[in-house]
Design a binder for this molecule. Sequence first.
Ligand code: HEM
Length: 436
Amino acid sequence: MSLVLILFLTCALCYFIRAKWQIYAVGRRIPGPWALPLVGNVQMLDKLKPECKHWETHRRALSPAFHPHILSGFTPAIARYGDELVRKLRATAGMPIEVRECLFACTLDAIIETSMGKQLNSLTDPHNRYTHAFHKTSELLFKRMINPLLGLDFIFRRTKMCRELYASLAVINELMISVIDARVEALQLQAEFGLDLSPATSENGIRKQRRTLLDTLLTAEIDGQKLTRAEICDEVNTFVFAGVDTTTAAMCFVLYSLGKYPAEQQKLIAEIEEYSLRYADLTVDALNRLEYLDLFIKEVLRYYTVVPLTGRQTTTDTVIGGRRYCADITLWINLYGLAHDEKYFESPELFRPMRFVNTQNERLPAYVYIPFSGGPHICIGRKYALLIMKILTVQILRNFEVQLSNPNEVLVLQAQMVLKSLQGFNLIFTPRTMEG
Ligand code: HEM
């Protein structure tokens, strides 16, 4: 019996290596940090062969959902979750806390409410089964990604991990479907009786009906056809999964950098005071005035490139830098390596937000600073992510002084789905008093 199993596994491995070798060989030539699960990454991207037409039409349908006008309506909801986060951090009473879990819950809540109009309350109820399902799904997808054997569907389908993944996905799907159905009904009532049941926000005392990303999808048409419920579920899943882990990781590095560089923290506080934003509502206009915050976040996203690698599939023979690549292979773009290349960034190992003032004048070559990638596949949620990050950063800064719990600790980074710190982010939040 065990001999048959060994024989079967050997054949499966040979089949896998043969099928992937050419792509793997190209992936290995990419310089820069060794993204450990390279085989897994290559294998996953290989699965995502570009279905250009499908992607193009869907991207076009989705883009209006991220229009600055719509995003600016999200600020009160995001700030509400920021307040919740502040309450949670205040309860630590100056004791060290590993902050990633809280940030994950806060980002998930903010993205689910602003994209779907649903209040998940993961921050206040950490045992919420939806939150657990989102966590579990991310974890299992990553485990599958780094294990080449599990890349083979016929093996994966027979594992306990597969059953767990489908169970988590079923919980998420149930949530998506109930929210979509409720929203479809609300939109029908609105059309028939003029009742507007959109989630409401209040700005300067004026009640505003808020349009969610889901509303844009429900009203979008592709070739004169509305999207089906399954397609809408797919799209919402894509941006929730693409958005939550990345924005959480970015916020972890923002808070870590505040603790690591107290002088930067002081400059940011001074800016918040200069614009009298101690108690003021955080509108997009107010946030846009905070230029140093913008530089600081830019530098965090350079220094800690949240998505360290991305891939592109060649559809025809392609020449890059004088070298010819054949069609149908995956090329790796080393975003982390680019952001730390001294050809483009002077003393790249130094954390210096002001470098972006100089580079604004001199202009970096195109596609050098690309934390959100570039070209047609550039991150669709980048402005959304920056909005969330700016609101949460200001809320935390005006309430706390952030310190590292162990200033001598050196972060050990690892490229997983996103860049992670192996020891987590251990910080102390001491309540602060400010002027203004
Ligand atoms: C700081 C946070 C974020 C970072 C660093 C980030 C980074 C990226 C990167 C590098 C890509 C890959 C594009 C490529 O392969 O060229 C991407 C794609 C994507 N991101 Fe983000 N992202 C962030 C936040 C978000 C948010 C908040 C959302 C939405 C809620 C989002 C939605 C997406 C989607 C849908 C794609 C696929 C785009 C496409 O192929 O059309 N991202 N992101």
